[in-house]
Design a protein around this ligand. Structure first.
Ligand code: AMP
Ligand code: ZN
Length: 435
């Protein structure tokens, strides 16, 4: 099977743009009537839904940011009444308030369709046995690929994440042919495979769909050679739907975006100006078929470029390049979004430490590790080991619960962390993700 939905994946661009405009008009009308913050923003600039006459008119709509969503937490941007919402997901960051996404039945069906397209683009079909090792839960990875696999008619094995020995045992015994998880997890699984004396030839695995965090071409090569499979990059975010917003086809020359559902723009993150295709900038999406959470010009903060030329695979849908970084300070550690500001506010809550801290992220044995270096405040600093140990435990416990991932705490003496003259550098990322 080459395509899941060839009508839309390979649609002539002119025809696609006619479809996009009709759907955009409908969505703008929906948000104007159903989503108060959008109506207010439009009224402020004197816009009505009737002003959308061409795709170019989208540029006059205001952007939507993560902060806008936080300000309307949890349901302020929902475009359908709760009686029509059948599922709720949230972003992975566990900052007090995640961003919350609601889906109607139609939204879930469309999301399943784009996840099925992704599996097919990665070489999947009805005969495949798909092991979904993304986490199931509020995170969109697990359930997103699960519904896509079922719609495709493949056999879905919902292992979720964790319990790596069992994952490898099932992969071998069940004859799984496709694997969905984060790229760091599949690399970790390769080590478990070795420890268990399982050889790639003992497995039926042929392809993997890996995403939810940044990774590199080098990692792709590594994964492909360790397992003898084809590794495909998949992109997604809960605000737009989940996995399937971008997927590598066999050409692996950018991830195809289902443009019949999402309009893609690249902007200059500092000025908001729309950049021409091929320029590196911040990725912005407008959902044109969503009902539950129909975001207009959502600023993803992800940096990439877009290519709208037809691909060698025959798809005409635009391709986004591998994500190069973020235009804010968010880190993704073991698939979880972490903002340095979360650490800062936690330390301020605890007291007894100075406001100087430094995050060191590294990748050890293919797993991300986070070290938080914290300066102890001068008045608290003491030679008493027990006192310091209890402070360390307190900081660790607080950060574990706020960030949702475990980290190593290193208490350092007052005035030992470097001070910056301009913008402070709070993070050292040693993971060497060279794009
Ligand atoms: P969440 O909504 O919590 O699932 O997080 C979405 C974020 O994960 C995106 O905005 C990206 O920063 C990141 N992400 C997802 N897929 C990829 C990918 N394939 N490559 C790089 N980053 C990704
Ligand atoms: Zn392609």
């Amino acid at each position: 099977m080459l395509y899941w939905n060839p009508k839309y994946e390979c649609m002539d661009r002119e025809e696609l743009e006619v479809l996009q405009l009709a759907r955009l008009k409908k969505t703008v009308d929906r948000v104007y009537h159903n989503v108060k913050p959008y109506r207010e923003k439009m009224q402020k600039i004197g816009m009505t839904p009737g002003d959308i006459k061409s795709l170019d008119d989208l540029k006059s709509m205001p952007f939507t940011t993560k902060n806008d969503l936080r300000d309307s937490y949890p349901y302020g941007y929902f475009g359908a009444p709760m009686s029509e919402i059948i599922r709720i997901h949230a972003s992975t960051g566990t900052t007090g308030k995640p961003t919350v996404a609601g889906y109607t039945k139609k939204d879930i069906d469309i999301w399943a369709d784009i996840a099925a397209r992704s599996l097919v683009a990665a070489g999947g079909g009805k005969d495949d046995i798909v092991q979904v090792s993304y986490g199931y839960g509020l995170f969109t990875g697990g359930l997103g690929m699960h519904y896509g696999g079922e719609l495709l008619g493949a056999s879905v094995v919902p292992t979720s994440s964790g319990n790596s020995q069992k994952q490898m045992m099932l992969m071998r015994d069940f004859g799984c042919t496709m694997l969905c998880c984060t790229p760091s997890y599949v690399l970790y699984l390769s080590e478990v495979m070795q420890e268990m004396n399982i050889k790639p030839s003992d497995l039926k695995l042929k392809a993997g769909v890996f995403g939810a965090e940044p990774w590199t071409e080098g990692m792709r090569k590594e994964i492909e050679s360790r397992f003898g499979i084809s590794a495909h990059n998949i992109y997604g975010l809960s605000e737009i739907s989940g996995p399937g917003v971008g997927i590598d086809c066999f050409a692996k020359d950018g991830m195809h975006v289902p443009e019949d559902h999402f309009i893609t723009e690249i902007i200059n993150p500092d000025t908001g100006e729309v950049l021409p295709d091929g320029s590196l900038g911040e990725l912005v999406f407008t959902c044109i078929t969503k009902e539950g959470f129909p975001l207009i010009r959502y600023r993803t903060r992800d940096l990439t470029s877009v290519n709208r030329e037809k691909c060698v695979c025959g798809r005409t849908n635009a391709r986004i390049a591998r994500i190069m970084g973020r235009s804010d300070d968010m880190l993704i550690i073991r698939g979880v979004n972490v903002f340095p500001s979360q650490v800062e506010s936690a330390l301020l809550d605890i007291g007894q430490t100075s406001p100087h801290y430094h995050l060191v992220v590294d990748r050890v044995d293919n797993l991300d590790v986070l070290e938080v270096q914290v300066e102890v405040s001068e008045d608290f600093f003491s030679d008493e080991v027990r006192k310091l140990e209890s402070l360390e435990a307190k900081v660790r416990k607080k950060l574990d619960s706020i960030l949702g991932i475990s980290c190593k705490i290193s208490l350092v003496e007052p005035k030992t962390l470097p001070r910056a003259e301009g913008k402070s550098i709070r993070v050292t990322d040693k993971r060497n993700l060279n794009f």
